[in-house]
Design a protein around this ligand. Structure first.
Ligand code: 5AD
Ligand code: SF4
Length: 455
């Protein structure tokens, strides 16, 4: 019996699919070669924008003729899209060939629902909200992200940014106990993982309201006796404390690239978005990080075409992008989400205007990221080798502690930290040669390399 998981959306979903795989493998399923041959297909869905939902519904629909021929194929839809009542209704009425629909809170019972469907032959719909996170934490998992391991630190979101569906589909914030997180990370490092990414919708508000805070968690994990990269996402600017800035600056393992979504460069729009910070406050955090963490880089999320966004508001967004000099910008056209406050706002922006603004923003950012990348040609940087290159023969992919992607040539192994001399830039990706591997050999110099090995 085989399974196939189609994952959409954020890293939280990627990690949840690792848990889905864990459950299915514990039931005896193995990974299918392709979706059409699988005995069980799971769609782990995203609801953040309408385009994601349309694509997912199209892909679910494409299985209809296959399921008509293979009646015992099981189709499961879970994740953020199915947590919405209206969408669960659509799946019930218009997609009768979908067998199981689970909300984000019901994933831990996946095995039970599959067994129930097989035994009773009745469709299963379970989208109730549950506050207990222990069952989700206890799910088995099959990790799929190479040298990186995702680690949940909190679930849910309390912020209700007016454009965002997440608080409605993921429920209220609940943090995992710090002891559990530290134990999981220790185990992963012992197993040889070289990068740990802490996951939460708003990691900065991690904690139990008492002694467990995000700063303390970061500090504790940073101090573990291993060499590795510690990353986290996503940070909300209103909750990023100076204590966290301080911990990052003193960290020995914490990556020096911070993802800090600004969403807009206009205070009027930020207020309408219910973001609870001003551009000035945001920039003050960037400046504090720059001062305390030399070389730190930034990435961000920006929404263009939020209701009421004028040309002037958009120009302010471009200003802040130029001011901060982001290494990477994830830019999105505003998408109306049913049930959110912004969906009912006046001043919805025409699609053509949103498209134009998106293009303009991406062009401005492309210039910045290329300029930033070029500054590093000739430098020697420490690179974590993350994978073999999928297209270029004899090349590896890695990244620096500043989050810059590097295509690497030379004798190195995935999982090693190596010193790389940057030789050129192509499409904002750095290219370089290994000049020293983790053990101090000069991997590119054949004689020296040989001598060192034999001596
Ligand atoms: N439309 C467009 N983008 C959105 N995001 C969240 N909700 C919406 C929406 N309704 C973006 C935000 C967030 C990122 C994960 O997705 O920029 O930071
Ligand atoms: Fe959505 Fe805002 Fe919560 Fe992020 S902080 S998940 S954008 S509501």
């Amino acid at each position: 019996m085989t399974y196939f998981i189609a994952t959409y959306g954020c890293q939280m979903n990627v990690h949840e699919s690792e848990k889905i795989a864990g459950v299915l493998e514990s039931m005896g399923y193995t990974l299918a070669e392709d979706i059409q041959k699988a005995d069980i297909v799971v769609f782990n869905t995203c609801a953040i924008r309408e385009s994601a939902e349309q694509k997912i519904l199209g892909n679910i629909g494409a299985l209809k003729p296959i399921k008509a021929k293979r009646k015992d194929m099981l189709i499961v839809v879970c994740g953020c899209m199915s947590q919405q009542e209206a969408m669960a209704g659509v799946l019930k009425e218009k997609y009768p060939f979908v067998d199981i629909v689970l909300g984000t809170h019901n994933l831990a019972d996946l095995r039970k629902f599959i067994e129930q469907k097989i035994a009773q032959k009745k469709r299963v719909f379970a989208i109730e909200e549950q506050q207990d996170i222990a069952p989700r934490d206890a799910m088995p998992m099959v990790r799929t992200s190479g040298v990186n391991a995702w680690v949940n630190i909190m679930y849910g979101c309390n912020n209700f940014c007016t454009y965002c569906i997440v608080p409605y589909v993921r429920g209220r914030e609940i943090s995992r106990p710090m002891q559990d997180i530290v134990k999981e990370v220790c185990q992963l490092l012992k197993e040889g993982y070289k990068e740990i990414t802490l996951l939460g919708q708003n990691v900065n508000s991690y904690g139990n309201g008492k002694d467990e805070t995000f700063a303390k968690l970061l500090q504790t994990l940073d101090a573990l006796p291993y060499k590795y990269r510690l990353k986290f996402m996503t940070s909300h600017p209103k909750d990023l404390s100076m204590e966290v800035v301080d911990v990052i600056s003193k960290g020995k393992n914490i990556a020096k690239c911070v993802h800090l979504p600004i969403q807009s460069g206009s205070n009027k729009i930020l207020e309408a978005m219910n973001r609870k910070y001003t551009v000035e406050h945001y920039v003050s955090i960037i400046d504090a990080l720059r001062e305390k963490v030399p070389g730190v880089t930034f990435s961000t999320d920006i929404i263009v075409g939020f209701p009421g966004e004028t040309d002037e508001d958009f120009a302010l967004t471009l200003d802040v992008v130029k001011r901060v000099q982001y290494q990477q910008v994830f830019a999105f056209m505003y998408s109306r989400r049913k049930g959110t406050v912004a969906d009912k706002m006046d001043g919805q922006i025409p699609l053509a205007v949103k498209k134009q603004r998106l293009q303009t923003l991406l062009a401005v950012e492309k210039e910045i990221s290329e300029k930033l990348a070029l500054e590093h040609v000739g430098e020697v940087e420490e690179v974590l080798l993350e994978d073999v290159h999928p297209k270029l023969a004899n090349k590896l992919m890695g990244s620096t502690v500043y989050g810059r992607a590097v295509t690497v040539q030379g004798a190195g192994r995935v999982g090693d930290f190596v010193k790389v001399k940057i030789t050129k830039v192509k499409n904002s990706v750095l290219f370089g040669d290994i000049v020293e591997d983790e053990y101090g050999y000069f991997a590119n110099d054949a004689t020296l390399f040989k001598n060192k090995r034999t001596s």
